[in-house]
Design a protein around this ligand. Structure first.
Ligand code: HPA
Length: 249
């Protein structure tokens, strides 16, 4: 069985159904990961959990050490990664609370350490990123959504913004013209570094709010928290149905 890791985003700093066996502090050639790596068992199978923003949710999206996080998971023998991410909904069928399994990415981030291939190279490396998410992992998440009976969308283009501020309405209009359906701040360079490490990585996005300018008034943290807590209950159901890791055992 390939070892699975779950990277938890805003709203998912721990997993109730994970029977924790050990917490491991790791140091990497890229510096410190977001926090200790939590080893545990989900339905009897080994799973590693990492809270992307740190255990106390103190690391903002542009300060996450994506290279260290993925190096640590690779070092632990992880092969598949399910990344949970809070997003804003742009497309009409992606209202707050909706679960989306995106299939494409547009990257608007800047100034982040975004590659493993920049020094001590024997040759220049260009990874293929035509399909940025691992279809095998996407398929497992989609099947789990189907068998848990939740309302979800199995495609969408994730626009990764720099943050930590939210976007302007005009930026969201531009992103929509570009073809983005969702907006979040952590999807990149997490997905591309995972590909550089040859890890099978896919995202389960939870819509926390309508993106800027897509609803009346400002976006509040209260609104985001409310939708995330119900969204995370759906994520827990998805994890519970994640064949072959959990259901049927
Ligand atoms: N924009 C960017 N990132 C987000 C949003 C948003 O509206 N909601 C949750 N993460």
């Amino acid at each position: 069985m390939e070892k699975l890791a779950i990277i938890g985003g805003t709203g998912l700093t721990s997993i109730n159904t994970l029977e924790i066996t050990q917490r491991e502090v790791m140091h990497t050639p890229y510096g410190e990961p977001s926090g200790p790596l939590t080893h545990g068992k989900m339905c009897g199978r080994e799973v590693v959990f990492l809270a992307r923003h740190g255990t106390g949710h103190t690391i903002p999206p542009h300060m996450v050490n994506y290279r260290a996080n993925l190096w640590a998971l690779k070092e632990l023998g992880v092969e598949k990664i399910l990344a949970v991410a809070a997003v804003g909904g742009i497309r009409e069928d992606m209202p707050p609370g909706k679960i989306v399994i995106p299939d494409q990415i547009i990257d608007y981030t800047y100034g982040r350490d975004h590659t493993l291939f920049e020094s001590d190279l024997t040759h220049v490396t260009h990874i293929d990123f035509t399909e940025p998410y691992c279809n095998e992992m996407r398929g497992l998440i989609i099947e789990a959504c189907q068998s848990s009976g939740i309302d979800f969308t199995d495609n969408g283009t994730y626009g990764a913004t720099q943050g930590p501020r939210l976007e302007t309405a005009a930026e969201i209009d531009k992103m929509e013209r570009d073809g983005c359906h969702l907006v979040g701040m952590t999807g990149m360079p997490e997905a591309s570094i995972a590909r550089e490490f040859e890890l099978c990585y896919a995202t389960c996005a939870v819509v926390a709010n309508w993106a800027a300018g897509r609803s009346e008034g400002p976006i509040t943290m209260e609104e985001i928290d409310r939708h995330l807590s119900s969204g995370m209950e759906r994520v827990a159901a998805i994890l519970h149905h994640l064949t072959p890791y959990c259901y049927p055992t």
